[in-house]
Design a protein around this ligand. Structure first.
Ligand code: SF4
Length: 238
């Protein structure tokens, strides 16, 4: 099991990880990943939502100087930037890159018209998220994501390791078996910083034009692109 899985050398090994390791397999997967991929070949693409805080805590115990990339669309809530600052203070060894798109928000408005997210959200996500992530992943073999099976029907069959045809990479999802309550129990137990918008009814937090509060009992993804058929930013569609 202790060899890297790559896009061109794909094999299914998700059932070899120890889901009785006290973290439902997350630690087992991360220990394997950081032992088989060279550090410049693996990155955690983080939204800095609740799952991200758990993953960062687990990752920094295994790889204190791990690379993390945040897709800085220029349209995030101030609270999101606040929590990144807090994580940098708590775990100063981590290498956190704030990756920006080629166009600023103003340049995008000049080229495509204002509020592209209202008219063509897929195009906006492509410019501000998908292309920057592709650039970040091109020199790498594997990326880590905080997807959980419980989040939505489209994520119900996510494995620890997934062959990612979209980015021709291996997508590693250590938290697939975690519940929302378990995510929060870990954050509280470790007294980790988190985005304060979670306390205001935002379970899933993305760019401010496309995120709204859903209340404390709302579906975890219901506040994203509300009123639009779009449910994913395009990073996790194959
Ligand atoms: Fe644009 Fe909304 Fe996608 Fe952010 S989430 S990149 S604002 S469409």
């Amino acid at each position: 099991m202790a060899t890297a899985v790559t896009y061109n050398d794909w094999r299914f090994i998700s059932d070899t990880f120890d889901i009785q390791d006290g973290t439902k397999g997350a630690r087992s997967v991360l220990e394997w990943a950081y032992s088989v991929y060279q550090s410049e070949k693996i990155v955690y693409a983080s939204s800095f939502g609740a799952e991200a805080i758990v993953l960062i805590d687990l990752i920094q115990q295994i790889k204190p100087d791990a690379h993390i990339v945040f897709l800085d669309t220029g349209l995030h809530f101030p609270n999101t930037y606040d929590v990144i600052d807090q994580i940098e203070k708590r775990f100063p060894s981590l290498q956190i890159e704030r990756k920006q798109p080629a166009l600023t928000v103003d340049e995008q408005a000049q080229e495509y018209g204002s509020a592209l997210w209202k008219r063509e959200p897929n195009q906006c996500c492509n410019i501000r998220k998908v292309i920057p992530l592709r650039e970040a992943l091109t020199p790498r073999e594997a990326w880590i994501s905080g997807l959980r099976r419980e989040q939505s029907p489209t994520r119900a069959h996510t494995e620890f390791l997934n062959k990612d045809d979209k980015f021709q990479n291996i997508k590693i999802c250590p938290l697939i078996h975690w519940t929302w309550d378990e995510v929060w129990a870990h954050i509280k137990e470790k007294d980790l910083p988190y985005n304060q918008l979670h306390d205001q009814g935002y379970p899933s937090i993305g760019c401010f034009p496309c995120t709204k509060a859903v209340g404390v009992d709302g579906d975890s993804r219901a506040g994203r692109w509300s009123g639009n058929t779009k449910t994913e930013c395009g990073l996790h569609s194959m």
